[in-house]
Ligand binder design. Structure first.
Ligand SMILES: Cc1cc2nc3c(=O)[nH]c(=O)nc-3n(C[C@H](O)[C@H](O)[C@H](O)COP(=O)(O)O)c2cc1C
Length: 227
């Protein structure tokens, strides 16, 4: 059983996950309904022609057969206020947190702003990080990537994202670093068209899907063991 699971993970196939009791392995007659992976995409850019949102849109399309990615517009999220926690959260925040809670993973593709995370995204993450260590972000699998119009930007944003996500116990999927420099030149018709950058970005989402599959398998085997 363990060998079959390992083969499945190593092959990277069948990342869509089955509802109900775990996985059906080779030779197993019982077929269960497939549950596609649910992903939330966030960039923190509100710009209509945003490179970062174009990258998210490209990934949403690329992985459409294996995952449903909902790209969240963060324009309506108010500034974080610690007086408004729990039930007092603004309705827009409740909607965002519910969407994150119900997702299997999060894809963050952020532009570098002043050598860091755009305030809009950081603000959303601050809301999502509470209650501390037990929030919707705790143990949530996350893929991270950064964009920049410049030739050298993005690294600091990515580093700050990692630091911030670690503070809320989010689980960053292990992948090659994705920093899309000179991003505007790599976008055509609202999609990421540069094959090298696209390969890196897809690699991060692949890693995220594997992480999600791994945890689904773990949860599933735990449920079996508890019966
Ligand atoms: C307030 C602000 C600060 C920025 N700071 C940086 C920066 O530190 N490093 C960098 O590479 N680009 C910086 N830029 C350029 C952005 O990366 C660029 O505008 C990018 O296209 C914005 O992302 P978007 O296309 O997803 O909206 C900055 C842009 C703005 C508006």
């Amino acid at each position: 059983m363990r060998g079959a699971l390992h083969d499945k993970l190593a092959g990277g196939e069948g990342i869509s996950l089955r509802k109900g009791r775990g996985f059906a392995f080779e030779g197993e007659a019982r077929m269960e309904e497939w549950t596609p992976v649910r992903l939330i995409g966030m960039s923190g850019s509100l710009r209509r022609e945003s490179n970062s949102n174009a990258v998210l849109e490209t990934l949403r399309e690329r992985f459409a057969r294996r995952a449903r990615m909902r790209i969240c517009d963060l324009a309506s999220i108010p500034p974080y206020n610690q007086d408004l926690e729990g039930e007092k959260r603004p309705p827009e925040v409740k909607v965002l947190l519910k969407a994150i809670a119900e997702s299997d993973g999060v894809v963050l593709c952020a532009p570098e702003f002043n050598h860091s995370i755009p305030g809009v995204l950081k603000n959303a993450l601050d809301w999502a990080s509470r209650p501390a260590f037990a929030s919707v972000m705790a143990y949530k699998p996350v893929a991270v990537m950064a964009t920049s119009e410049g030739a050298l930007g993005g690294t600091r944003c990515l580093e700050h994202l990692r630091t911030s996500l670690a503070s809320m116990l989010a689980r960053i999927a292990l992948a090659r670093e994705v920093i899309i420099t000179s991003a505007g030149a790599k976008i055509r018709d609202g999609r990421l068209a540069d094959p090298v950058a696209l390969g890196f970005a897809c690699g991060a989402v692949e890693a995220l899907l594997r992480e999600i599959l791994l945890w689904r398998a773990f949860d599933s085997s735990n449920r079996w063991a508890a019966q």
